[in-house]
Design a protein around this ligand. Structure first.
Ligand code: HEC
Length: 175
């Protein structure tokens, strides 16, 4: 190795050690608040993270018809994709049918899941009001809430799912 390349490596090491944000190589770019909000969102079972807005099953029925019915069928049954309603009490029987109403332990997860994943070909297109409304509709067709019950960040965490108590915490609290 020549003296020249040794000096070059030493110079590089000194340079690398003194890099700060100001004189970084300029790779990538900072996210705006809007861009961050679009990917950094999660709703916890207790409702933490739920946004402003609200809706009822009555308005959610329209959101459902326009965005979901083609794949999930009339009132969540008989579609080409997952059945979203019915099956309550079937899980321990001969033909278990897992749906929101028969299986899901938390109502808040319906909002979180639909917001991040549905409609499957274009998640993210629904407004928060539309998401609350279609969540209300899914709970309504599962007979968990009434047609005109307002669903929002305050009320959704209080909706108790029929299968809630069949989920058990498998770890001792003392450990
Ligand atoms: C183009 C077809 C399509 C459309 C439109 C669509 N979905 Fe889905 N949906 C699917 C598929 C496929 C799955 C299964 C995804 C998987 O298992 O990963 C699914 C799964 C779901 C589930 C999970 C069911 C379960 O119990 O596991 C829910 C809830 C749901 N969709 C709600 C909706 C709602 C609400 C809309 C409208 C806003 C919608 N979907 C629009 C295809 C669709």
């Amino acid at each position: 190795m020549s003296m020249y390349s040794l000096a070059a490596i030493a110079g590089l090491a000194i340079f690398a050690g003194s890099v700060s944000a100001a004189d970084s190589p300029g790779l990538g770019s900072s996210l705006s608040q809007d861009e961050l909000a679009a990917i950094d969102f999660v709703v916890l079972p207790n409702g933490d993270g739920l946004p402003d807005g609200g809706g009822t099953a009555a308005t959610g029925a329209i959101v459902y018809q326009q965005n979901c019915l083609a794949c999930h069928g009339e009132k969540g049954t008989g579609g080409a994709n997952d059945t979203l309603a019915g099956g309550q009490g079937s899980l321990a029987g001969e033909s278990p049918l897992k749906t929101i109403g028969s299986f899901w332990p938390y109502a808040t997860t319906v909002f979180d899941y639909v917001r991040r994943a549905m409609p499957i070909q274009s998640p993210g297109v629904l407004s928060n009001d539309e998401l609350y409304a279609v969540t209300a509709y899914l709970l309504y067709i599962n007979e968990v809430i009434g047609e005109n019950d307002e669903i929002n960040a305050e009320t959704l965490p209080g909706v108790r799912m029929p299968n809630r108590d069949n989920f058990v915490w498998d770890y001792s609290q003392a450990e």
